[in-house]
Design a protein around this ligand. Structure first.
Ligand code: HEM
Ligand code: HEM
Length: 359
């Protein structure tokens, strides 16, 4: 059996369980107290707290080897099929069990601290004598679905919807879709999709974690983005008419809320790569950086078009804009098409990377 964790005051543990939750299960720990050799213990989990039950390096765990690799320590040992934990009944490892693998820090009394979110459970019971089964747990499907929906929303549809409200109000003037201006129909459709993906993605991750947990900055920022998306849609549904006195208040609140959600979502996406359940490749960051660079470049080109050919934006305070097509219309349409094409490419690349990733 082999266990691996980061160096310096960390432990790696495998719980042997009849289900996917901790509680009344046998555990094998490998600890790494700074300045000493890693040590193996047998332990037991009572509810969420775990305790060492055996002495250091129990004789049953033979052929012990420890070594370091890339800032991690590795523990390898031979474990008989009967796991005998002092004070508990022996566990028969020849039967199939769920494996609960976790890492965490070690307390002052060299007890392991609760592992928080650094844990992963095998989705199926595992036959410990079959090597091939040990590698197959992977990233849970609900996490992949959560991440994919969020990527579609915040790398895909949100950017297109916001760009339409910012730069396309005086494009397709005189044409309407479903009785509304084209820019508005694009914005509404894209932002409703963004919100639906965000809400479904949120429901999936809460179902997976079975709780709201704010243990990682990704979760905190993600939760704020979710709340803002609710407020944006509610605000838009209740928006005052363009001539109403309160319209500028809506316009500015909605504008600031929308931009805040967009910026925070990008930070949440960067932070997602650090989450312990995931092992996304380095190029994930390059894809994300590319998607942001696309936003910046396309926004700058739009501004250049407004500057050189004539301003085609509308001041949100002014209410009803003059209904003349602004010059440079075809350029703006081409730019929108380029933006949609490359945004879609980034979404497909990032979702595929996530779907194929393994923890
Ligand atoms: C801007 C887009 C995203 C938003 C708004 C968002 C939102 C959230 C929220 C609110 C939580 C906490 C849920 C809870 O406490 O029950 C969470 C957790 C999580 N998210 Fe996201 N997420 C986003 C993108 C992603 C992506 C792209 C991935 C994967 C690549 C991802 C993976 C995860 C994972 C693994 C957790 C669980 C963390 C834990 O164990 O505490 N998220 N996300
Ligand atoms: C997550 C949801 C949403 C976000 C993040 C969002 C974001 C934005 C942003 C950033 C702007 C300002 C663009 C600019 O001028 O710089 C804007 C404008 C606008 N949005 Fe949304 N939006 C959302 C949903 C909606 C929905 C569902 C509707 C309509 C049903 C809507 C209607 C409008 C209108 C009417 C404006 C123009 C406001 C004005 O200048 O008078 N938005 N939105």
């Amino acid at each position: 059996m082999g266990l691996m964790a980061k160096r310096d005051g960390r432990y790696a543990a495998v719980g042997i369980s009849s289900d996917t939750e901790m509680g009344s299960d046998g555990v094998i720990f490998c600890t790494n107290v700074e300045g000493s050799q890693p040590v193996i213990y047998y332990g037991y989990n009572d509810g969420k707290s775990s305790a060492y039950k055996s002495g250091q390096n129990p004789a049953a765990a033979s052929n012990r080897k420890v070594w370091e690799q890339d800032g991690h320590f590795m523990c390898s040992f031979t474990q008989p099929l009967s796991l005998e934990i002092p004070g508990e009944s022996a566990l028969n490892l020849a039967e199939k069990h769920h494996l609960l693998v976790s890492t965490g820090s070690i307390g002052d009394s060299s007890e392991p601290r609760y592992h928080g979110s650094d844990k992963i459970a095998s989705s199926e019971p595992v036959d410990l004598t079959d090597n091939s089964a040990l590698t197959s747990a992977g990233v849970p499907r609900l996490i992949k679905a959560h991440g994919s929906l969020m990527l579609v929303a915040w790398v895909g549809t949100a950017g297109i919807g916001i760009l339409s409200a910012q730069h396309l109000r005086l494009t397709w003037v005189g044409k309407q879709i479903f009785g509304k201006d084209v820019w508005f129909t694009i914005h509404r459709a894209m932002m409703v999709l963004t919100a639906l993906c965000t809400w479904t993605g949120f429901a999936l991750i809460v179902t997976h974690l079975k709780t709201l947990s704010f243990g990682h900055p990704h979760n905190i920022l993600g939760f704020i983005v979710f709340l803002i998306s609710v407020v944006q849609v509610a605000g838009a549904l209740l928006r005052p008419s363009p001539e109403a006195r309160l319209r500028p208040l809506f316009a500015w609140g909605h504008r600031l809320g929308g931009l805040a959600a967009y910026l925070l979502s990008l930070v949440a996406l960067f932070l997602a790569r650090q989450l312990p359940q995931l092992d996304l490749p380095r190029y994930w960051l390059w894809l994300l950086t590319g998607a942001i660079a696309l936003d910046v470049v396309v926004s700058l080109v739009f501004m250049a078009i407004h500057h050189c050919v004539g301003d085609s934006r509308v001041d949100p305070d002014v209410g009803s804009p003059s209904k003349h097509e602004a010059p440079g219309s075809s350029l703006r349409k081409i730019l929108l098409a380029i933006y949609i094409f490359f945004s879609a490419a980034f979404v497909v690349a990032m979702v595929t990377t996530l779907a194929l990733s393994d923890a």
